[in-house]
Design a protein around this ligand. Structure first.
Ligand code: UD1
Length: 342
């Protein structure tokens, strides 16, 4: 078994590709598995260009257990980071079975194969969505989860529980669930970044596409929330910082530094930023004016959520470092490169 070899499922996507880069730069070897259902090869090519490493890429659907098992026969890794999942909240409400089938089956296959092969370390991509509208802010890992309001959110909770129960039952397994807050930005090289298909659902890609002239106008969903400026508060975490949290999680398990065999960490900055503040910061640091208007609240949005990051800071030894200004410059640099804007 090669302790330095990590399988990154969904490694062609936004978070997966950035994580692959940070793993390689930290001395790990990476195999990317992705079925390209919501990504293309540009992410993998970007990883190769940034690192100078010809990272192996396997086109496989994690739900196809036989094909997936062959990958585990072929490579001798002992760690996996599982990103491969559907993530559109609205679509998951309209077609929940698509989400349950894909997101649960792929993760169960990973857990089964890791166990059958006697491999140990599993990192699961969870989300701050599990906290819902929390009673006390900021949220710690001990903050109770709220019932999910979408199938997407429910698959995050269910996969956390699958990992918890599997680790409890099978002594060879260890697991870490990372609860991401709002990942934004792009690699400073502008060789990888977020490239949503169709109309962006998330704030920052909508902002960058509006600045690029692809979208006419950003709608700020609600200015009548009980916050200082009336817009929602979120904890926006730089994608490279977020990627580094995965390296810390893998190293913690590889080096046997985990205190429990199943652990959960919030991955955020600890800072609450409003939608208006984010828009204004984007304008200021990139020296442009954004076309935006106030629109009605979006169904399902929580007023505010941000992280208490004490546990990740002390236990993982990981801290979010990149200031929002740099992150928003990187987001715009990436959009400009993709759209050929000078
Ligand atoms: C969303 C998902 C969350 C998921 C996360 C993944 C919902 C309700 N939540 O989080 O489950 O884990 O993405 O990245 O979809 N906004 C605008 N205009 C826009 C887009 C967004 O004003 O065009 C506002 C939203 O109201 C929100 C903030 O920007 O206050 C962030 O929105 P978004 O980027 O979609 O993230 P979340 O809703 O926090």
């Amino acid at each position: 078994m090669n302790k330095k070899l990590v399988l990154v499922s969904g490694g062609a996507g936004y978070i997966g590709s950035h994580t692959a880069v940070e793993l390689i730069e930290a001395g790990y070897q990476v195999v990317i598995a992705d079925n390209l259902s919501n990504a293309d090869m540009s992410g993998v090519e970007g990883v190769r260009a940034i690192t100078g490493v010809d990272v192996p890429f396997i086109n496989v659907d994690c739900c196809d257990k036989e094909a997936f098992a062959r990958l585990f026969d072929q490579y001798d890794f002992d760690s996996v980071i599982h990103f491969a999942a559907f993530k559109a909240v609205g679509e998951s409400v309209e077609d929940p079975m698509k989400y349950y089938r894909n997101n649960l089956l792929s993760f169960m296959n990973i857990v089964d194969l890791m166990r059958q092969k006697g491999r140990s370390n599993i990192v699961f991509s969870s989300s701050a969505t599990v906290y819902g509208e929390a009673d006390i802010l900021p949220v710690t890992e001990a903050t109770p989860r709220k019932p999910a309001t979408s199938a997407y959110g429910n698959t995050k909770q269910m996969c956390e529980d699958i990992l918890r129960d599997a680790v409890a039952a099978y002594p060879t397994l260890k697991g870490i669930a990372l609860r991401y807050f709002n990942p934004i930005g792009a690699h400073p090289s502008a060789l990888i970044g977020e490239l949503p298909r169709g109309v962006p659902q998330n704030l920052v890609p909508y902002i960058t596409q509006t600045a690029a002239g692809i979208r006419e106008c950003l709608s700020v969903f609600g200015d009548d929330y009980p916050t200082e400026d009336g817009s929602c508060l979120r904890d926006y975490i730089d994608i490279v910082d977020l990627a580094k949290a995965h390296v810390a999680a893998i190293s913690r398990m590889v080096d046997n530094k985990n205190k429990e065999r199943y652990e959960i960490f919030n991955v955020g900055t600890g800072r609450a930023v409003s939608v208006f503040e984010l828009v204004k910061t984007f304008e200021r640091v990139n020296n442009l004016k954004l076309n935006y208007k106030v629109a009605p609240r979006r169904a399902g949005d929580v007023v505010a959520v941000w992280a208490d990051t004490t546990l990740a800071n002390t236990e993982l030894g990981w801290v979010a470092e990149r200031p929002l200004e740099k992150t928003l410059q990187a987001a715009w640099a990436w959009e400009k490169r993709v759209r050929n804007i000078k």
